[in-house]
Design a protein around this ligand. Structure first.
Ligand code: BEZ
Length: 211
C-alpha cells in the first residue's frame, strides 16, 4: 500500500553495505532521506550516487541521514562502489540497502510494474525525526535526480516545522517567506512584530525567520 504524507513510515531490517540495520533504530530520531535506484552498474545511477556522496556534508549539516537502496545484493553494491569512486571522484559515504527479495521495495511501493516489474523506480522519501513521511517524489529510470532540490525541500521542511510560515515557488534558503494561511492577522502581529507586506489579505510576506 502506498505510504502517504504524514504516515509513520514502515520499519524494516535489511542488509546494507555498512552491515545489518533496523531502519527506525538506524534513523534514531533524525531526519532521513531514503532513496532507491533501479540497478547497480547503470550509468544514471552511478552519477546519482556520486552526487549524493559529494553532498554528504550538506545533509550532515542539516542533521539528515542518507540511505540508498536497490534490488542488488551487498557484494554487487560494494563492487559497484569502486566504479563510483573511480568515475565520480567521491567514495560512497552512506549505506546502501541490498534488497534482492524486494521486501523493502514492496513495503515502500518502489516497484511500479507498468514502468518495470523487477527494478525499483527512483523514489525519494524524506522522513522527519518522528518517522512521519514529509516528502515522496518518484522519478523515472531515465531521469537522474537533482539532489540540490532535495536539500532545498529539506530546508523548507525544517523551517516550516519551526515557524508558522510557508515557502513560495522556487524559494531558496534566505529568501522571503509567506505567513501560513492558518495564521490570523491577530496571531501574526504576535509572531511577526516587525510586520509584514500584504499583497492580498491571504498573501503576506515576511523575511525568513532566523534562529
Ligand atoms: C541508469 O541508471 O542509467 C538506468 C537504470 C535503469 C534503467 C535505465 C537507466
Amino acid at each position: 500500500m502506498a505510504i502517504r504524507l504524514g504516515d509513520v513510515v514502515p520499519d524494516f531490517t535489511a542488509e546494507t553495505t555498512q552491515g545489518t540495520i533496523n531502519f527506525h533504530d538506524w534513523k534514531n530520531d533524525s531526519w532521513a532521506v531514503l532513496f532507491s535506484h533501479p540497478r547497480d552498474f547503470t550509468p544514471v545511477c552511478t552519477t546519482e550516487l556520486g552526487a549524493v556522496a559529494k553532498l554528504k556534508g550538506d545533509f550532515d549539516a542539516r542533521g539528515v541521514k542518507v540511505i540508498g537502496l536497490s534490488v542488488d545484493p551487498v557484494d554487487s553494491h560494494l563492487e559497484w562502489e569502486k566504479d563510483i569512486e573511480e568515475t565520480q571522484g567521491e567514495a560512497v559515504n552512506f549505506p546502501m540497502i541490498a534488497d534482492p527479495d524486494r521486501d523493502v521495495a514492496n513495503l515502500y511501493d518502489m516497484i511500479h510494474p507498468n514502468a518495470n516489474d523487477t527494478q525499483t523506480v527512483r523514489s525519494v522519501f524524506v522522513i522527519a525525526p518522528d518517522n512521519t513521511l514529509k516528502l515522496n517524489i518518484t522519478y523515472p529510470a531515465s531521469t537522474g535526480r537533482n539532489f540540490d532540490e532535495i536539500l532545498r525541500v529539506i530546508d523548507s521542511l525544517q523551517l516550516t516545522a519551526k515557524y508558522s510560515v510557508a515557502t513560495p515557488a522556487n524559494w531558496t534558503n534566505g529568501g522571503e517567506v509567506i505567513i501560513g494561511a492558518a495564521v490570523t492577522d491577530e496571531q501574526a502581529k504576535e509572531k511577526f512584530p516587525e510586520g509584514w507586506r500584504a499583497v492580498k489579505p491571504y498573501l503576506r510576506w515576511v523575511p525568513q525567520p532566523k534562529g
